[in-house]
Ligand binder design. Structure first.
Ligand code: AP5
Length: 222
């Protein structure tokens, strides 16, 4: 049985922080659309250069480009037991396309944890976020600092501030989330697979709730 989970929530809710840990615990891949775009930009691919035109101003990358990229990623062999999706789907059109992709391979989304965090907390988190150049590991200057300043604890690479974490871009990303992504809360709630998780708590407490939730699904597969 393949288990697919979608981590939903606004920018800065902690989707990436949590998805990395939970995916490692469950032994399934963490697929972050944002990380794939940033990796492509680092390698100066056509996809990366195109996506960056949208990312740097806080807009969404067009649906067709994003869906094509995720379809290819899901088809890889490491998704044989499922995956955690972080940052995708992000529009109703992407959600419908994702349902179709999963249907084609005889799967469906098992659970959608919706990580809720108040807006003022989001802004503080994004303005202090530090991201690792090599693998996208995430830290925070105050809430989750690296052991050595400017250096990733996991792979020793340089930590940097994302260009889209500037205050004016953050404000736009939150607006775009409200307009284009929030409708997915109702979409998945209507399907009975959305579970609200209070993301305004310590990283460890949120992780523990998410692991319990996802392990329940895995146990019910057996
Ligand atoms: P993406 O990279 O997906 O960004 P996002 O959704 O805006 O989410 P973030 O990465 O900003 O936040 P997060 O929820 O992962 O929080 P994190 O764990 O880092 O997308 C970037 C751009 O790519 C988009 O704007 C768009 O242009 C494009 N894109 C991506 N996907 C797309 C799609 N499907 N369609 C179209 N375009 C797409 O945590 C944030 C900070 O808070 C960190 O510093 C962390 O250490 C800290 N923190 C986390 N949890 C806690 C906690 N519990 N307590 C205290 N601090 C915490």
């Amino acid at each position: 049985m393949r288990d697919f989970f979608v981590f939903l929530g606004p920018p800065g809710a902690g989707k990436g922080t949590q998805a990395k840990v939970v995916a490692a615990r469950l032994g399934i891949p963490h697929i972050s659309s944002g990380d794939i775009f940033r990796e492509n930009l680092k390698n100066q691919t056509e996809l990366g250069i195109l996506a960056n035109e949208y990312i740097k101003v806080g807009k969404l990358v067009p649906d067709d480009v994003t869906v094509r990229m995720i379809r290819e990623r899901i088809s890889r062999t490491d998704c044989g037991a499922g995956a955690i999706l972080d940052g995708f789907p992000r529009t109703p059109a992407q959600a419908k396309a994702f349902d179709e992709i999963l249907k084609e391979i005889g799967c469906q989304i098992n659970k959608v944890p919706y990580i809720k965090v108040p807006e003022k907390v989001l802004i503080a988190r994004l303005s202090g976020r530090l991201t690792c150049r090599a693998k996208g590991h995430v830290f925070h200057k105050l809430h989750n600092p690296p052991r050595e300043s400017g250096v990733c604890d996991f792979d020793g690479s340089e930590l940097y501030q994302r260009e889209d974490d500037k205050p004016e871009t953050v404000a736009r990303r939150i607006r775009v989330y409200e307009e284009q992504t929030r409708p997915l809360v109702e979409y998945y709630m209507d399907r009975g697979i959305l579970v609200e998780v209070d993301g305004d708590r310590s990283i460890d407490l949120v992780t523990s709730d998410l692991i319990n939730l996802l392990e329940e699904v895995e146990k019910s597969d057996v």
